[in-house]
Design a protein around this ligand. Structure first.
Ligand SMILES: [Zn+2]
Length: 124
């Protein structure tokens, strides 16, 4: 059975945020043990992301065309279109990877405790 949800190092669910915030399917870090993780069989995902990125940038460019006369406005329009389009794409990719691809362990957990994050009150 393909498991794209649980860390192969510690066995805990890595959640959607760790995939979303990684940006790419081979730059994921387990939020529990800090092991570097990646997904197998993601060439088609990279191809899909490349095509979508070209479409998003082109869409942002054409959306910003009417605002080229306002130097302070067109960068905001481009940033808004790119960010607003990319968030749902990343969430959909994260959901797809969790359901359909195998999560593998690429590097050992980081030596620093709690991945360098502040320790929660009552935690370790
Ligand atoms: Zn882990």
């Amino acid at each position: 059975m393909v498991d794209g949800e649980h860390c192969p190092s510690c066995g805990k669910d890595i959640g959607v945020w760790s995939i979303f915030s990684a940006g790419l399917p081979n730059r994921i870090f387990c939020p529990h043990c800090c092991a570097r993780l990646g997904y197998r069989g993601v060439r088609s995902v990279y191809l899909f992301l490349s095509v979508v990125l070209v479409g998003v940038v082109a869409g942002a460019f054409f959306t910003a065309l009417p605002f080229l006369d306002s130097p302070g406005l067109w960068p905001l329009v481009v940033a808004g279109v790119v960010f607003g389009s990319w968030v749902p794409v990343e969430l959909a990719i994260a959901a797809f990877l969790r359901r359909n691809r195998q999560l593998v362990w690429l590097d050992a957990p980081a030596p620093e405790p709690n991945c360098g994050h502040p320790v929660e009150p009552g935690g370790r």
